[in-house]
Design a protein around this ligand. Structure first.
Ligand code: THU
Length: 220
């Protein structure tokens, strides 16, 4: 998205661009809560560091995570919607080990029992002990059974995590948890889960710290 005004010059310019925004993601960028970068640009400067709050991530790590989401999408099971989604989570376990864990959407003939790629990846990560999510990438789009017009219209949007996925990933977010949304046309939008899911009900609402949680002994 191209801004018409210089945001550094005046807050009025930001407001003018926000007013002109057509999509939710344009609003994210316009509000300064997100950054749109082209994938080739990220790949060209793998060592460049992006700092979000206190979390530092390199462009290389971002492109790796996008590549992981694309790879995960290869297994997307979407015979009903024909909308194929892949996600990859960069997570940490208790020993300070990091891993990239992928997931794809898994649809179901009942429709309602479908699971999104982000939640599949999240549950895979947690079930392997990786409970601290530093970042995740998502990539989605229709297959070629869907008309070109619809594909084009959908591709203009960024595939943001649905409400249920925001709730589930919020449980394990490292704060900040970067959300990296890639389009097949090459643009990548980088924002944070906190921006997409403000004031959420989470473990802290129940006095729980997921990093410190240790299950009780199995008993009979
Ligand atoms: N879907 C995801 O996997 N992640 C999202 O963020 C949005 C939607 C899936 C669910 C369903 O299989 C298909 O995309 C169409 O909604």
């Amino acid at each position: 998205m191209d801004f018409r005004f210089d945001h550094m010059a005046s807050t009025d310019n930001i407001l003018a661009d926000l007013k002109a925004s057509k999509t939710a993601m344009e609003l994210v960028i316009g509000a300064g809560k997100g950054l749109e970068i082209a994938l080739p640009h990220l790949r060209k400067m793998p060592d460049k560091i992006l700092e979000v709050n206190s979390y530092r991530v390199t462009y290389g790590e971002i492109s790796e995570l996008v590549a992981g989401a694309r790879k995960a999408r290869e297994f997307s099971y979407a015979p009903y919607s024909h909308f194929n989604v892949g996600a990859s989570i960069f997570a940490e376990n208790k020993s300070g080990l990091f891993a990239r864990i992928g997931g794809c959407n898994v649809e179901n003939a009942s429709y309602g029992e479908t699971k999104c790629a982000e939640r599949v990846a999240a549950f895979k990560a947690v079930s392997e002990g990786f409970r601290k999510f530093h970042a995740f990438a998502v990539v989605g789009g229709f297959d070629d059974s869907i008309s070109k017009d619809i594909r084009r219209a959908a591709q203009k949007e960024y595939i943001t995590p649905c409400g249920a996925c925001r709730q589930v990933t919020n449980e394990f977010e490292a704060n900040p948890c970067l959300v990296i949304i890639a389009r097949d046309t090459g643009e990548v939008l980088i924002t944070t889960l906190q921006y997409l899911f403000p004031c959420g009900f989470g473990p802290r609402s129940l006095g729980m710290d997921p990093a410190r949680y240790d299950r009780h002994k199995i008993a009979i």
